[in-house]
Write a protein that binds this ligand. Sequence first.
Ligand SMILES: Cc1cc2nc3c(=O)[nH]c(=O)nc-3n(C[C@H](O)[C@H](O)[C@H](O)COP(=O)(O)OP(=O)(O)OC[C@H]3O[C@@H](n4cnc5c(N)ncnc54)[C@H](O)[C@@H]3O)c2cc1C
Length: 405
Amino acid sequence: MPKKLIIIGGGSAGCFAAVTAAENGADVTLIEKNPSVGKKILATGNGRCNYCHDKVTYADLFRPEGDEFLSKVMKSFSPEDVLDRFRSLGITPVSKDGYIYPYSEQARAVSDVLKRALAKSGVKLYTDTEVTDIVKKENVFNVICEGREFEADSVIITTGGKAAPNTGSDGRGLDICRKLGHSVTAPVPALTYLTIDGHPFKKAAGTRLSATVSIEVSGKILSSDTGQIQITKNGISGIPAFNICRFASRGLLNGEQVKLHIRLVPDMDDNALTAEITERICGTGCTPYDALIGLFPDTFADSLLKNAGVAPDRIPDNEKKTALKLSEYLRDITLTVDGTGDFTQAQVTSGGVALNEVDPVAMESKIVPGLFLAGEILDIDGKCGGYNLYFAWASGFIAGKNGGA
Ligand SMILES: Cc1cc2nc3c(=O)[nH]c(=O)nc-3n(C[C@H](O)[C@H](O)[C@H](O)COP(=O)(O)OP(=O)(O)OC[C@H]3O[C@@H](n4cnc5c(N)ncnc54)[C@H](O)[C@@H]3O)c2cc1C
């Protein structure tokens, strides 16, 4: 008799797990609360689906413990395995600076091939069906939905976290895991913007700048990232801000003081930056404002000078002092973070089911034998660049292979 496996949640991890298990001979039922599977996939990569990264390192995915968990996942299903699997389903990859997209650059292609694979492999699909509880009696799982119940030998939970709840992931799966005895690290929004107390650059909203941003929580720098940031009405956005946001969210949840350090002109070292500003200001006859034009957008130069405490007009006797003051300011603009985007704005959840309660070789729960977990429901979250989907596919594959065996 083939093993009866129920998978809860038809996102990336759930679809991958379902196809893998069914192709390996299991009797697979996939339950999804939305009218169809893969809703979040359509929104990924701005509709283009950055479905993997050509290199995944330990630094690209944040998790509370050491490297062992991720190392085992990567050994079982590497980024190259993801690309091969998708090639076999009809997706030709294209790399943009390491970010992998389908050649057509359409997220729909990824969800379509998964839907085709689900149908072809014989997965029984129940959509518009929300799981409200799971009860294990002896060796049988009862999966409870409104108005119906399913029985299974094993269950895979792939209900995601709490990010983008309009795509279905509202945290109910985490409640079910808690009830089953799992510890859950409080979920917080990640990959979203930061809001700044007394935001000094409000007037420059819309400005894009190259910068290195670092997040300090209770006096300790926890993470830095470099790239293009965007000034918004309430704070800072852009990929570098997204990548450090998880630390701000967690710090704020814990009531800690969270600071943002912005270093502008990140491609110049301290000496080069001081020399550049000094050359622009001293002896050129330029006002400090004029001296900044060409280095920063004019929309930003004004508020930059104001916040650096530098008069925009030329004061010949003070030029050297002004240049030093300004270059020092550009090296470290320190702001107080008072919030982040909420779950409706976040691309990912930081937090989730504790990794030390899951065996990475099989993705099986160490608390409830026969229960498997994969994807964003677990306490692991990646940077922008295809790392979160990589983890969803890889963990989904491992859970499907073992949950159906
Ligand atoms: C706007 C946006 C853009 C993104 N872009 C990228 C990107 O380009 N690259 C990248 O790597 N990552 C990206 N991500 C993150 C990535 O999409 C997720 O990390 C990944 O999809 C998580 O997959 P998952 O299967 O674990 O969870 P989800 O995709 O959230 O799927 C969970 C599924 O479970 C269903 N479900 C939940 N509860 C129940 C229940 N009780 N009963 C039945 N069904 C239930 C939900 O409806 C949903 O379909 C993006 C996320 C967002 C929001």
